[in-house]
Design a protein. Sequence first.
Length: 282
Amino acid sequence: MTDITATQVKELRDRTGVGMMDCKRALTAANGDINLAIDNMRKSGQAKAAKKADRVAAEGIILTKVDGNAAAMVELNCETDFVAKDAGFKAFGEEVINQALAEKITDIAILQTRFEEQRASLVAKIGENIRIRRIAIFTDAVLGQYLHHNARIGAIVAARGADAELVRQLAVHIVASHPKCLTPEDAPKEDVDREHQFQLSRVLESGKPPEIAEKILEGRMKKFTHEISLTGQTFYADANKTVSQILGNADVVGFERYEVGEGIEKPQSDFAAEVTAMNSPS
């Protein structure tokens, strides 16, 4: 067997953009022949996938599934809405969520590694960067799911002491109302501090006496923490009750809400600049 040097691995890495370990494996299989290794990578779609890996994939679909005592949700990204509707892309997503659910895979890195070969092959076929972005799984509870009709927003919920229909309705509520946390007490400190600063400045500007201003501030902060928490929100199907009141003696163990592309920074294109560049003499 031919010894593979670090210099060879680096050269193949520079020429293809593929990861170091994959380059070493490709070189080993090709007995150190870099050109043969590249040809093999091209045939498998590996090199093509690597070239597209730095392109922003902010479109895609959300998948949800409940099977027995487990519920799963996956976000699968691509670059365009067109590919998000592709049957092959959707089928790949189904394979991913089924495997994650069957093996209760909660580590996204493990899930990505498991499907890397299929992902690279699909990238080569479709021509866009594809990414398994995140996975959420709940087990051993009353489980509910809801996927919005466009497959761009989904939610899964785990509860105890509630019936299946109520938990399903909670999933619908979470998609519609976008709670950030479970209870008012769980409100993120950063959000609370920012809102407190904003409301404090408003109260001070009002010129109210200190004791009244303090009560106004307290009331506004209570309203804020309730509005961003699941149990504090008004239930989507009954404007006269909060989610906490709807739950009664039941408890929500956990929930997740995914929306396609949230938190991904999309590149802003300058159309005028692109047209100018295209028409500039080279």
